[in-house]
Design a binder for this molecule. Sequence first.
Ligand code: SIN
Ligand code: MN
Length: 228
Amino acid sequence: MSALFGDDLMARPRREIAPGAVHVPGWLSLEQQGWISARYREWVRGPVPLRGAKIRGHEMSVKTVCLGWHWQPYKYTREATDVNGQQVLPFPEWMVRLGRLAVSEAYGLDQATYTPDTALVNYYDAGARMGMHQDKDEVSLESVVSLSIGDACQFRFGNSEGRGRPYEDVILESGDLFVFGGPSRLAFHGVTKIFAETAPEGCGIESGRINITLRETGLGGSEDKGTE
Ligand code: SIN
Ligand code: MN
Protein backbone atom coordinates (compact mmCIF):
# COMPACT_ATOMS: atom_id res chain seq x y z
CA MET A 1 0.00 0.00 0.00
CA SER A 2 2.58 2.48 0.96
CA ALA A 3 4.58 1.97 -2.26
CA LEU A 4 1.37 2.21 -4.32
CA PHE A 5 -0.15 5.30 -2.78
CA GLY A 6 3.00 7.00 -1.52
CA ASP A 7 2.08 7.13 2.19
CA ASP A 8 5.58 8.28 2.90
CA LEU A 9 5.40 11.24 0.52
CA MET A 10 1.95 12.21 1.80
CA ALA A 11 3.35 12.26 5.31
CA ARG A 12 6.24 14.37 4.06
CA PRO A 13 4.77 16.98 1.71
CA ARG A 14 6.96 19.40 -0.23
CA ARG A 15 7.29 22.56 1.77
CA GLU A 16 8.74 26.08 1.67
CA ILE A 17 10.71 26.13 4.91
CA ALA A 18 11.49 29.85 4.56
CA PRO A 19 11.12 32.25 1.61
CA GLY A 20 13.31 30.76 -1.15
CA ALA A 21 14.10 27.56 0.78
CA VAL A 22 12.18 24.57 -0.59
CA HIS A 23 12.23 20.93 0.56
CA VAL A 24 11.10 18.36 -2.01
CA PRO A 25 10.99 14.88 -0.41
CA GLY A 26 11.72 11.85 -2.58
CA TRP A 27 12.79 13.83 -5.63
CA LEU A 28 15.39 11.32 -6.82
CA SER A 29 14.24 7.79 -7.62
CA LEU A 30 16.06 4.86 -6.03
CA GLU A 31 17.55 4.11 -9.43
CA GLN A 32 18.91 7.66 -9.73
CA GLN A 33 20.27 7.48 -6.16
CA GLY A 34 22.03 4.20 -6.97
CA TRP A 35 23.54 5.66 -10.12
CA ILE A 36 24.82 8.76 -8.30
CA SER A 37 26.24 6.56 -5.51
CA ALA A 38 28.21 4.64 -8.15
CA ARG A 39 29.62 7.95 -9.44
CA TYR A 40 30.52 8.88 -5.86
CA ARG A 41 32.65 5.74 -5.60
CA GLU A 42 34.52 6.87 -8.72
CA TRP A 43 35.04 10.44 -7.44
CA VAL A 44 36.57 9.32 -4.15
CA ARG A 45 39.24 7.34 -6.04
CA GLY A 46 40.89 10.67 -6.79
CA PRO A 47 43.06 12.30 -7.90
CA VAL A 48 41.94 14.18 -4.78
CA PRO A 49 40.71 11.88 -1.97
CA LEU A 50 37.88 12.48 0.49
CA ARG A 51 39.18 14.61 3.33
CA GLY A 52 37.97 16.47 6.38
CA ALA A 53 38.67 20.17 5.81
CA LYS A 54 40.43 21.95 8.65
CA ILE A 55 38.55 24.87 10.16
CA ARG A 56 40.84 26.94 12.41
CA GLY A 57 43.00 23.84 12.94
CA HIS A 58 40.11 21.43 13.66
CA GLU A 59 39.36 18.69 11.16
CA MET A 60 35.69 18.48 10.19
CA SER A 61 33.94 15.17 10.94
CA VAL A 62 32.29 15.44 7.53
CA LYS A 63 34.56 14.31 4.69
CA THR A 64 34.45 16.14 1.37
CA VAL A 65 35.53 15.67 -2.24
CA CYS A 66 34.83 18.37 -4.81
CA LEU A 67 34.13 18.56 -8.53
CA GLY A 68 34.86 21.57 -10.75
CA TRP A 69 36.34 23.77 -8.05
CA HIS A 70 37.94 22.60 -4.80
CA TRP A 71 36.49 24.20 -1.71
CA GLN A 72 38.71 24.87 1.26
CA PRO A 73 37.98 27.29 4.07
CA TYR A 74 37.36 30.00 2.79
CA LYS A 75 38.05 29.87 -0.91
CA TYR A 76 37.76 27.89 -4.13
CA THR A 77 40.82 26.73 -6.05
CA ARG A 78 41.33 24.46 -9.06
CA GLU A 79 44.01 22.50 -7.21
CA ALA A 80 43.51 20.94 -3.79
CA THR A 81 46.41 22.86 -2.27
CA ASP A 82 45.37 21.85 1.27
CA VAL A 83 45.22 18.12 0.37
CA ASN A 84 47.67 16.82 -2.25
CA GLY A 85 48.00 19.64 -4.77
CA GLN A 86 46.13 17.70 -7.47
CA GLN A 87 43.57 19.28 -9.78
CA VAL A 88 39.98 18.34 -8.94
CA LEU A 89 37.84 16.32 -11.32
CA PRO A 90 35.85 18.35 -13.88
CA PHE A 91 32.27 19.36 -13.15
CA PRO A 92 30.10 16.89 -15.10
CA GLU A 93 27.70 18.20 -17.73
CA TRP A 94 24.86 16.04 -16.35
CA MET A 95 25.10 17.94 -13.08
CA VAL A 96 24.31 21.22 -14.85
CA ARG A 97 21.15 19.59 -16.23
CA LEU A 98 20.29 18.09 -12.84
CA GLY A 99 20.82 21.48 -11.15
CA ARG A 100 18.48 23.18 -13.63
CA LEU A 101 15.81 20.52 -13.11
CA ALA A 102 16.18 20.89 -9.35
CA VAL A 103 15.82 24.68 -9.33
CA SER A 104 12.90 24.45 -11.77
CA GLU A 105 11.23 21.88 -9.50
CA ALA A 106 11.74 24.01 -6.40
CA TYR A 107 10.59 27.34 -7.79
CA GLY A 108 8.24 26.19 -10.57
CA LEU A 109 10.07 28.22 -13.19
CA ASP A 110 12.18 27.19 -16.13
CA GLN A 111 15.68 27.80 -14.82
CA ALA A 112 17.61 27.46 -18.05
CA THR A 113 20.29 29.91 -16.94
CA TYR A 114 21.28 28.20 -13.69
CA THR A 115 24.84 26.97 -14.34
CA PRO A 116 26.45 25.36 -11.30
CA ASP A 117 30.21 24.90 -11.68
CA THR A 118 31.14 23.23 -8.41
CA ALA A 119 29.82 20.32 -6.36
CA LEU A 120 30.80 19.71 -2.75
CA VAL A 121 30.28 16.03 -2.16
CA ASN A 122 30.09 15.31 1.55
CA TYR A 123 30.16 11.98 3.35
CA TYR A 124 28.75 11.69 6.90
CA ASP A 125 29.33 8.63 9.05
CA ALA A 126 26.94 8.05 11.96
CA GLY A 127 28.88 10.41 14.22
CA ALA A 128 29.46 13.25 11.77
CA ARG A 129 27.93 16.70 12.23
CA MET A 130 28.12 20.03 10.46
CA GLY A 131 27.96 23.17 12.55
CA MET A 132 25.77 26.13 11.66
CA HIS A 133 27.36 28.13 8.83
CA GLN A 134 26.57 30.20 5.76
CA ASP A 135 27.59 29.19 2.22
CA LYS A 136 29.30 32.46 1.37
CA ASP A 137 32.55 31.62 -0.36
CA GLU A 138 30.81 31.95 -3.73
CA VAL A 139 30.81 35.25 -5.61
CA SER A 140 27.51 34.32 -7.25
CA LEU A 141 24.35 34.44 -5.17
CA GLU A 142 22.56 31.87 -7.32
CA SER A 143 20.73 29.10 -5.45
CA VAL A 144 22.38 26.16 -3.72
CA VAL A 145 20.95 22.76 -4.70
CA SER A 146 21.32 20.00 -2.08
CA LEU A 147 20.75 16.28 -2.73
CA SER A 148 20.81 13.59 -0.06
CA ILE A 149 21.48 9.86 -0.43
CA GLY A 150 21.78 7.18 2.29
CA ASP A 151 21.07 7.64 5.98
CA ALA A 152 18.55 10.31 6.95
CA CYS A 153 19.71 13.37 8.87
CA GLN A 154 18.36 16.24 10.89
CA PHE A 155 19.06 19.40 8.89
CA ARG A 156 18.77 22.69 10.75
CA PHE A 157 17.75 25.63 8.58
CA GLY A 158 17.98 29.03 10.23
CA ASN A 159 18.09 32.71 9.43
CA SER A 160 20.61 35.03 7.79
CA GLU A 161 21.44 36.99 10.96
CA GLY A 162 23.15 34.38 13.12
CA ARG A 163 23.48 30.77 14.20
CA GLY A 164 20.65 30.87 16.73
CA ARG A 165 16.88 30.91 16.58
CA PRO A 166 14.65 31.16 14.67
CA TYR A 167 15.50 27.90 12.89
CA GLU A 168 13.61 24.84 11.78
CA ASP A 169 14.75 21.22 11.97
CA VAL A 170 13.91 19.27 8.83
CA ILE A 171 14.49 15.55 8.30
CA LEU A 172 16.29 14.96 5.00
CA GLU A 173 15.94 11.41 3.72
CA SER A 174 17.55 9.53 0.86
CA GLY A 175 16.40 11.07 -2.44
CA ASP A 176 15.34 14.41 -0.96
CA LEU A 177 16.03 17.72 -2.67
CA PHE A 178 16.52 20.97 -0.76
CA VAL A 179 17.08 24.25 -2.61
CA PHE A 180 17.95 27.52 -0.93
CA GLY A 181 18.17 30.74 -2.85
CA GLY A 182 16.77 34.28 -2.99
CA PRO A 183 16.14 35.65 0.53
CA SER A 184 17.37 32.35 2.04
CA ARG A 185 20.61 32.10 0.08
CA LEU A 186 22.74 33.25 3.03
CA ALA A 187 20.74 31.55 5.80
CA PHE A 188 22.77 29.70 8.41
CA HIS A 189 22.31 25.92 8.26
CA GLY A 190 23.89 22.74 9.56
CA VAL A 191 23.46 19.02 10.17
CA THR A 192 22.78 18.18 13.81
CA LYS A 193 22.23 14.42 13.66
CA ILE A 194 22.58 11.39 11.40
CA PHE A 195 20.01 8.61 11.83
CA ALA A 196 22.24 5.55 11.52
CA GLU A 197 21.05 2.53 9.54
CA THR A 198 18.17 4.34 7.84
CA ALA A 199 19.60 4.19 4.28
CA PRO A 200 16.97 2.50 2.09
CA GLU A 201 17.81 -0.69 0.26
CA GLY A 202 18.85 0.12 -3.30
CA CYS A 203 20.10 3.68 -2.74
CA GLY A 204 23.64 2.53 -3.46
CA ILE A 205 25.28 3.01 -0.07
CA GLU A 206 24.87 0.74 2.91
CA SER A 207 25.70 3.14 5.68
CA GLY A 208 26.34 6.82 6.12
CA ARG A 209 25.01 9.76 4.18
CA ILE A 210 26.12 11.42 0.97
CA ASN A 211 25.15 15.03 0.47
CA ILE A 212 25.90 16.86 -2.75
CA THR A 213 25.56 20.63 -2.97
CA LEU A 214 25.67 22.25 -6.40
CA ARG A 215 26.68 25.89 -6.49
CA GLU A 216 27.67 28.62 -8.91
CA THR A 217 31.03 29.97 -7.75
CA GLY A 218 30.76 33.02 -9.99
CA LEU A 219 34.53 32.78 -10.47
CA GLY A 220 34.52 31.98 -14.20
CA GLY A 221 37.87 31.51 -16.00
CA SER A 222 40.48 29.18 -14.65
CA GLU A 223 42.40 31.20 -12.08
CA ASP A 224 42.10 30.49 -8.38
CA LYS A 225 40.20 33.15 -6.53
CA GLY A 226 39.00 33.42 -3.00
CA THR A 227 36.68 35.59 -0.98
CA GLU A 228 39.15 35.95 1.87
C1 SIN B 1 26.27 21.86 3.57
O1 SIN B 1 25.78 22.69 4.31
O2 SIN B 1 27.19 22.18 2.80
C2 SIN B 1 25.80 20.45 3.58
C3 SIN B 1 24.41 20.31 4.08
C4 SIN B 1 23.96 18.88 4.17
O3 SIN B 1 24.80 17.98 4.36
O4 SIN B 1 22.76 18.62 4.07
MN1 MN C 1 26.45 24.68 3.66
